[in-house]
Design a protein around this ligand. Structure first.
Ligand code: SF4
Ligand code: SF4
Length: 396
């Protein structure tokens, strides 16, 4: 779709140009971007094109949609150019005036449309709408597996809802004593029954009584700023997803990553954790506070006796490809991280479900046999039974 350049778009660009004038093209924003290896031009060049009034070049630049809104570029800019906010406004202008339709933009628009009607993104409906627009997953095997899993979960849930518990069936696990802690489940976790169950199991074993509210649906992040969740809370909320964490913080809700809270509690109670393998490579994704997330995984390693394999922080916090990972293909960051893990024959552990799925796809496509686990698939309370990995975690 071509961009319609009219007087009001020129005016918007003139305003943006004012905000970019201090940029002296040092390139720090591009070199610190966790998406760096996958960008054609990068934030520095986009800012330069805005300075030069190159409207067409900016509006046809797919890098705008590969930005995962982590904010690192704004943090590192010595001239206080809020690069991430400028990119966000440029995406809004693209929505208004046309521009190109790359997989990431299509995904964000579909998510925005669905969130206008429903509280959560339904992965099946989302995937089918993407396919109807001509965007099919690059990892067909992974997509077929996810499709089968979601269908079988839905059928099982419906069957369970329609029948009474058989006589003698074990009672549901007792809730731990202590006050309920507000938990924002988001939209991805409830659609993965095994990860959801493990999350609640490890939290309960460490003494957390997670209380989900109906309002804790989708944080709005997949729609890239178009739709917020409207969620409010008076006390800090536990989150299991870095995107939820980032979106809620932006909306003024104080959050704490659940994994960090669990590690802190386990350490305070001197309760060891159990790890599913002797060593692991951490991968925290691009939306979290990198140092803090890596420190928490190092603490989990210490509590479990597992060895953490670290190289340099940027490798462990590259972008997995985010929403486009499935449709555009593996990111450079994911491939480099997997190569590092494969050399050490180590499992990868991530606190993000989307990162886990994108990394699994990247491993399958690269024919790398690297097990990739979501945090509660790898760590459990030492006295709470087995933390055996799920089927299909390693890829041939
Ligand atoms: S870091 Fe700031 S000054 Fe340097 S190129 Fe990026 S926007 Fe310009
Ligand atoms: S917000 Fe993050 S992903 Fe987006 S351009 Fe800046 S550093 Fe890159």
């Amino acid at each position: 779709m071509a961009t319609t350049i009219d007087a009001s778009l020129r005016q918007e660009f003139a305003r943006l140009r004012e905000e970019c004038l201090l940029c002296y093209q040092c390139g720090q924003c591009t070199s610190s971007c966790p998406n760096g290896g996958d960008l054609e031009r990068g934030p520095r060049r986009i800012i330069r094109d805005v300075q030069a009034g190159e409207i067409e070049a900016v509006m046809s630049n797919e890098d705008l949609w590969r930005c995962s809104e982590c904010g690192t570029c704004s943090d590192v800019c010595r001239m206080d150019v809020d690069v991430a906010a400028i990119l966000k406004r440029l995406r809004a202008l693209e929505r208004q005036y046309g521009g190109q339709r790359c997989p990431e933009r299509e995904a964000a628009d579909i998510a925005a449309k669905r969130l206008g009607k429903y509280p959560r993104i339904d992965n099946l409906a989302f995937g089918m709408t993407m396919a109807s627009k001509g965007h099919v997953p690059k990892d067909v095997v992974g997509a077929a597996g996810a499709f089968t899993r979601i269908v079988s979960q839905t059928v099982n849930a419906r069957m369970k809802a329609g029948r009474a518990a058989p006589e003698g069936a074990p009672a549901a696990a007792a809730k731990p004593a202590g006050p309920a802690r507000p938990f924002y489940a988001g939209c991805a976790l409830p659609q993965d029954a095994d990860a959801y169950r493990r999350t609640h199991a490890v939290a309960a074993a460490i003494g957390f009584n997670l209380a989900e509210t109906e309002a804790a649906a989708c944080c709005g992040h997949p729609s890239r700023g178009t739709v917020g969740s409207g969620f409010t809370a008076d006390e800090p909320v536990l989150t299991a997803c870095p995107a939820c964490d980032a979106s809620l913080e932006e909306a003024g809700v104080q959050t704490t990553p659940l994994w960090e809270a669990l590690v802190d509690r386990a350490r305070r109670d001197e309760r060891p954790l159990k790890a599913a393998a002797e060593s692991f490579v951490p991968y925290v994704g691009c939306l979290v506070d990198r140092e803090r997330a890596l420190a928490s995984l190092a603490d989990a390693a210490a509590l479990s006796g597992a060895r953490i394999e670290l190289s340099y922080p940027a490798l462990h916090a590259a972008c997995c490809g985010a929403l486009g990972g499935m449709y555009r293909g593996s990111s450079e960051g994911a491939r480099r991280l997997l190569g590092f893990a494969a050399e050490r024959r180590a499992t990868v552990v991530t606190p993000c479900l989307l990162c886990r799925d994108n990394l699994r796809s990247a491993a399958r496509r690269a024919h790398l046999s690297v097990p990739i686990h979501f945090w509660p698939e790898f760590f459990s309370a030492a006295d709470a039974g087995s933390a055996a990995p799920t089927d299909g975690d390693a890829h041939d």
